[in-house]
Design a protein around this ligand. Structure first.
Ligand SMILES: Cc1ncc(COP(=O)(O)O)c(C=O)c1O
Length: 391
């Protein structure tokens, strides 16, 4: 009995589950922990009914095949493969480019493929990773790549793939730099992968078409269930040959799904209707960032698209203060401890939500001014999830 009540005690649920257990019809919760937190709409469910019902292991589903051709064309590539997640498309993309150990992948030290994919590069590709800290503090440059390449063929895992990420922590990697790295990797016989989970954001923010970015890479992964708003899915794009190999490896990883056309139908709709709204989301993120700055908070990463990395230390309030106060308004951000957090906007976060957040933060900061006891934060307590600064 005790075991059962403990298991179901709301106190033991994480903050995340606690919010998710609220039926959405009763209480709308605005979740800014990630742009994966979008809620599927009725329009998506309606579209799912009209999707084809073929078997995608055998590439026999019309809706999926159409989505794959559409995204391949958007990205300036020959072919694409619809998969369950961004981790899967990144790992497949790297795996098709990495053929024979010993070998290694060079990437930004903050990149998702290195930090948050459960060591998948070692697991799936038997490759080691050279994580590089960008000298300019913003993005990897050709100089960073060239000076960290492993070329010793006797004792070291030779670099075979360079993996870039755009956007990374919401910041945009300049196309010119990508082109320089592309030229260099070609000359050196290296392959180039892009984790473009949020390439849509980069493209909408810069006005540079997706294919101008996409055509620079051997394999590209783009996510459909982040800012794009689809319930499930990511796409891998590349040459026909590489996508055929990725299809086989997808099966090997247990990701060969059958009648997944309904998910492709929702995703296709999201690309057409939600991606064009990203600029508005970026404008709201910048507005939030500017308001927080004017309250005395510091941005730990420039706000260039939909993410706001903030340090509240100078205002005397903690992330937990903000988290608790916003929770009262049904607005969810990553909780403390510490003074640093990441706030992520998506298309379902409205002007009203941003205004409420600014108002709540303003009230907290004003109240804190009357009680100027310094906050003491143990450095180890600082949020280490999604590190925004380069250590
Ligand atoms: C940059 C980036 N790449 C890849 C992924 C992995 O996506 P998924 O959660 O669908 O596996 C994420 C997830 O947040 C991400 O932020």
């Amino acid at each position: 009995m005790l075991a059962i009540s403990k298991r179901f005690s709301p106190l033991l649920l994480s903050h995340r589950r606690l919010f998710q257990t609220m039926p959405h019809q009763q209480q709308k919760v605005y979740d800014l922990q990630s742009d994966t937190a979008t809620e599927p709409t009725d329009a998506m469910f309606d579209l799912m009914k009209s999707a084809s019902r073929g078997d995608d292991v055998f590439a026999e589903d019309t809706t999926i095949n159409q989505l794959e051709s559409y995204v391949a064309q958007l990205l300036g590539q020959e072919a694409a493969l619809f998969c369950v997640s961004g981790c899967m498309t990144n790992q497949l993309g790297l795996r098709v480019l990495l053929t024979q150990p010993p070998h290694s992948v060079l990437c930004d030290s903050r990149s998702h493929v290195f930090n948050y994919e459960c060591g998948g590069i070692a697991y799936h590709s038997q490759a080691s990773v050279s994580p590089v800290i960008p000298k300019n503090g913003h993005h990897l440059t050709l100089a960073d790549v060239a000076s960290n390449l492993i070329t010793d063929t006797l004792c070291s895992p030779v670099t075979k793939v360079v993996s870039l990420e755009n956007t990374l922590n919401g910041t945009i990697m300049p196309l010119d730099e990508i082109k320089r790295i592309r030229q260099f990797t070609k000359e050196k016989g290296l392959a180039l992968h892009l984790d473009g989970a949020r390439l849509w954001n980069a493209s909408e923010a810069t006005g540079i078409p997706l294919h101008e970015y996409g055509s620079q890479f051997d394999t590209i992964s783009v996510c459909l269930s982040k800012g794009v708003g689809a319930p499930i899915g990511s796409m891998l794009a590349g040459s026909k040959e590489n996508m055929q190999r990725a299809r086989q490896l997808r099966k090997l990883m247990g990701g060969g799904w059958r009648q997944a056309g309904l998910l492709a139908a929702a995703a296709h709709h999201c690309i057409d209707t939600i991606v064009p709204t990203m600029s508005q989301t970026h404008a709201l993120a910048k507005q939030l960032a500017a308001s927080f700055e004017s309250l005395g908070m510091q941005l730990t990463t420039p706000c260039e698209t939909n993410m706001v990395f903030v340090d509240t230390a100078r205002t005397g309030i903690t992330v937990d203060d903000l988290y608790q106060a916003l929770k009262q308004k049904n607005i969810l951000i990553g909780p403390g401890p510490g003074t640093q957090t990441r706030i992520v906007l998506h298309y379902q976060i409205t002007q009203h939500v941003i205004d409420t957040m600014v108002q709540v933060a303003t009230e907290l900061v004003e109240k804190r001014k009357l009680d100027p006891t310094p906050i003491v934060i143990n450095q180890q307590q600082q949020q280490s999830v999604y590190p925004s600064s380069l250590k």
